[in-house]
Design a protein around this ligand. Sequence first.
Ligand SMILES: Cc1cc2nc3c(=O)[nH]c(=O)nc-3n(C[C@H](O)[C@H](O)[C@H](O)COP(=O)(O)OP(=O)(O)OC[C@H]3O[C@@H](n4cnc5c(N)ncnc54)[C@H](O)[C@@H]3O)c2cc1C
Length: 471
Amino acid sequence: MSDDLLQRLREALGTQHVLTDESDVAAYIVDWTGAHSGRALAVVRPGSTEEVADVVAACHRAGVAIVPQGGNTGLVAGGVPDGSGNQVVLSLGRMRAIRDIDPVAGTITVEAGVVLADVQAAAAAAGRLFPMSLGSEGSCTIGGNLSTNAGGTAVLRYGMTRELALGLEVVLPDGRVWDGLRGLRKDNTGYSLKDVFIGAEGTLGVITAAVMRLFPPTPVRATAWVSVPDTASAVTLLGLVQAHAGAHLATYEIVNRAALDLVLTHLPGARDPAPGATSDWAVLVELAGTSDLDAPLEAALGEAVEQGLVEDAAFAGSSAQRSTLWALREGISEAQKVEGATLKHDVTLPIADLALWTDRITPILESILPGVRLVTYGHVGDGNLHFNLSPPVVDGGNGGDALLAAAGELTSAIYDSVAAARGSISAEHGLGSTKAAAAASYKSQVEVDLMRAIKDALDPQGLMNPGTLLA
Ligand SMILES: Cc1cc2nc3c(=O)[nH]c(=O)nc-3n(C[C@H](O)[C@H](O)[C@H](O)COP(=O)(O)OP(=O)(O)OC[C@H]3O[C@@H](n4cnc5c(N)ncnc54)[C@H](O)[C@@H]3O)c2cc1C
């Protein structure tokens, strides 16, 4: 049966786009973290919506599961196959066309495999802004962004990917194509079908193209790296910046000392922007607009200093200095990867509870694994913390083993405490295969039943990315 399917796929795509050699498939079967890998029956690389539909229909007839894959930068092992060797990885990497751009309507129509940075560049070339920005933007694709409902550093002002999407084209699990590529702002004609596929992590179909929103550019920036004593001060400062800057507030990111130290250690040329500060926390705050924004930022920070919320602030005086500050924030994932074992958590809490939550969870984790390093950073303006744990520094270098041994207990403590605060255990990375079971245990039975009903209605054979999102 698998030989028949491979033959059919080769006829549909051409032999060169059906990869089965070990060396050819290697990059597609291991995730970005390197911690999760599997085996694939084949990796297929269709070049058009019609070819995607052919692949999906052929797999449907053969009863073979499909794992869609974009840039493979996901952090929850949702885009790599399991260990069975029976799944087909469907890479969107050849579908990189920008089909249309309409600056006046504020829309761009792109194929799913277009890399996020290329969408940004195409928008800029047309005098518009595509605001979504992630540390992985040089590799992740718009199809992956939609499928994970990605967040990033511009959510505070522009919203998650879902809020940037107007229409989708999707190949359904039986191979039919749903053409929902409409750029309409107003369309009250029933269920919002696009929203079913956004954040579905490839479990309901393959997104092949999308109409995304564009915005007027915001070329003027005011950026500062601000040392704050604690998370409570960071949250209070957020309110002050909002009051002074209003809709100009574009980014509000938090970084703790452990995260900054990792970047200073591993990012070539990185320098501490506030070397004299003793604070354990810093925020990267940026205003964006079309006219000078230094005044509102200085006013907010001046008031914060008077209230004892700020220890030190470094302003970016040029775009080069701005890039230097941003590199510190964006280098954290890479720096932590260099250090080896990491327990990643991506949680959201009501902003008002953030400070209390971090104060409450820290001693609990310390009691489970003394010396565990909390590498905390993230989009605090969205209530979202990347709450990652690195091993204790121990003689003999066995800290990683201790972290892995305590992993279950540490993660359960974090998730229990997030659930108790009515937060979310996955703010923006999705569930993949690593968090699917945990998510089900923190959702109500009604919520799980609704999700299963949608899955069963669209993919009754369960062939779209099994094991991801729904355990
Ligand atoms: C350094 C770094 C920084 C990051 N920062 C952020 C951040 O700030 N915010 C954030 O949200 N995420 C972040 N991520 C995670 C990741 O980049 C995002 O989840 C991104 O949206 C994944 O896109 P991708 O193209 O790489 O998708 P992949 O990793 O290839 O796939 C992700 C999931 O989507 C599915 N999928 C992919 N393409 C399609 C498609 N066309 N149709 C159907 N299903 C599909 C896959 O099956 C999988 O389940 C970061 C990752 C890294 C490595």
